[in-house]
Write a protein that binds this ligand. Structure first.
Ligand SMILES: Cc1cc2nc3c(=O)[nH]c(=O)nc-3n(C[C@H](O)[C@H](O)[C@H](O)COP(=O)(O)OP(=O)(O)OC[C@H]3O[C@@H](n4cnc5c(N)ncnc54)[C@H](O)[C@@H]3O)c2cc1C
Length: 458
């Protein structure tokens, strides 16, 4: 009650709770991980509030877990050691758009949908990299977990688009990182020691980001989709190399599903964009020529009669690439997001299929090609939320695909705590120790989202 009273003094009655019905919502996410205990939820309204809560947590050694939209599916926002969930959604101001230097400065609670609507309304010639996640997820949460959006194949993953940030350190200091540490403009993160890396990929274990500056990009006037299909799994790496040779794509993903039957092929979905109609026509012609001449995959055919509804889904921003994922009719969806070298795709493809069949599931994949070097390979699983056995099966399938990912020299993206532990076990011990040392330096009392990025049994 003492902590509750202190939190109430900081944020006011309406923005703190220890009521079971509210804590229930924060003790689980929509993925397959089991629920865990939460003691308090607090919604700060300003960086001062965040700082005061962090100082209180330090004094009382209470764990804090920052939460954006809470949609990683891997329970990264469900505390492992109880304590305070800090829900950032009240801090939802879009502070500045600089249209010349092309960046936005926003608070940590701004959702993808809010930023997209704002840009559509006030800066229709600018866009940000939008993930195919639910619209309520935050721009900050996504960038901090090294997410990827609809222009990542062209411009890189979303964490690479960070220009700077304001962070409350676990010990309570407020720091500005990037050009904003020297001047009022948030236009670049370097040339300086690359401090954003101390907060990217750490799952909230090293500090709470309160403001984020993200790059914006020109929004082209025309967009079009071309789809090719093939049944040659071994030809995928070579086809990707060939397709990315032209360097003309905005988005590029691969999909397949065993059901319905018409989807049981490798589909290459290419999103082209342009500012001039002639430019678009040229790009379309070049890709058609390139792929019809491509010899590595002799079964490669262009899908001429793409259904208009499907075309619209692919061209939406973000695209809706995961099609009928709810095979189990129970609303549950999970995936191991593996970052693979392009050369590992055929093995991963076959291995993932074996895992799906082992658990009597329908194999379904969506992969986004990231630049011309790697791929986000989604091992997708749908499950029935009302069926405990089904959920347990999904957890096992996730664990299998996590292990397969590491065996095939991939990296597990936004993995749950078990996946993080597999990663730490495989890692060079000196690197694992460096992670622990950095963490200890920044968070000496171990209050920030504890349990994450710890070695097993630590
Ligand atoms: C159907 C579906 C499709 C998806 N497709 C994509 C996709 O195409 N691309 C993609 O990238 N992702 C995708 N995702 C995964 C995920 O939903 C997104 O990456 C999402 O943007 C994560 O943001 P969030 O606000 O939900 O983060 P959260 O889950 O709230 O947080 C993520 C992590 O960051 C930490 N964190 C959050 N805010 C802060 C802060 N202010 N300071 C410090 N740490 C913080 C949290 O503690 C947590 O560890 C998808 C998810 C679903 C369900």
């Amino acid at each position: 009650m003492e902590i509750y009273g202190a939190l109430r003094d900081i944020v006011g009655d309406s923005f703190v709770s220890n009521q079971p019905e509210e804590l229930f919502l924060y003790s689980r996410d929509s993925g397959a991980q089991p629920p865990r205990k939460v003691d308090y939820v607090v919604m700060p309204g300003s960086v001062d509030d965040v700082q005061k809560v962090v100082l209180l947590a330090n004094k009382t050694r209470t764990p804090i877990t920052p939460l954006g939209g809470g949609f990683t599916l891997s329970a990264l926002v469900v505390p492992h050691k109880g304590g305070i969930v800090m829900d950032m959604k009240r801090m939802d101001r879009i502070i500045e758009v600089d249209p010349i230097n092309r960046y936005v400065l926003l608070e940590a609670g701004v959702s993808q949908a809010a930023l997209k609507s704002y840009l559509d309304k006030y800066h229709p010639d600018l866009q940000h990299s939008t993930p195919e996640a639910p619209p309520t997820v935050t721009v900050t949460g996504n960038a901090l977990i090294q997410g990827h959006g609809h222009i990542s194949p062209r411009y890189g993953i979303n964490s690479e688009m960070i220009n700077g940030m304001e962070v409350v350190l676990p010990t309570g200091e407020i720091c500005r990182i990037g050009s904003s540490s020297l001047c009022p403009a948030w236009f670049t993160r370097g040339p300086l020691p690359d401090l954003p890396g101390l907060f990217i990929g750490w799952y909230g274990t090293t500090g709470i980001v309160t403001k984020l500056a993200m790059k914006l990009y020109p929004k082209p006037r025309y967009r079009e989709v071309i789809v090719f299909s093939s049944d040659d799994i071994d030809a995928i790496p070579e086809a990707i190399v060939e397709i990315t040779r032209l360097d003309l794509l905005e988005d590029f993903f691969l999909i397949t599903q065993e059901k319905p039957d018409w989807m049981n092929h490798v589909f290459y979905v290419l999103i082209l964009s342009a500012n001039y109609e002639e430019e678009l026509e040229l790009k379309k012609r070049l890709y058609r020529e390139l792929l019809t001449k491509f010899k590595g995959g002799n079964t490669m055919t262009i899908v001429e009669d793409l259904h208009p509804a499907l075309e619209k889904r692919f061209l939406d921003v973000p695209p809706l690439a995961a099609l009928s994922a709810d095979f189990r009719k129970g609303g549950g969806f999970e995936y191991t997001g593996a970052i693979f070298p392009i050369s590992s795709i055929p093995q991963a493809w076959r291995g993932g299929m074996e895992i799906s069949h082992k658990y009597s599931m329908i194999c379904s994949y969506v992969h986004q090609v990231l630049g011309c070097h790697s791929i986000m390979f989604g091992f997708n699983y749908s499950f029935n939320r009302a069926d405990e056995e089904d959920i347990e099966k999904t957890r096992k399938a996730l664990d299998d695909s996590n292990r397969l990912t590491l065996d095939l020299n991939g990296m597990i993206w936004k993995g749950e705590v078990g996946a993080q532990q597999h990663t730490m076990q495989k890692m060079d011990p000196n690197t694992a120790q460096l992670i622990q040392r950095v963490k200890k330096l920044l968070d000496p009392k171990s209050i920030m989202n504890p349990g994450n990025w710890e070695v097993a049994n630590d």
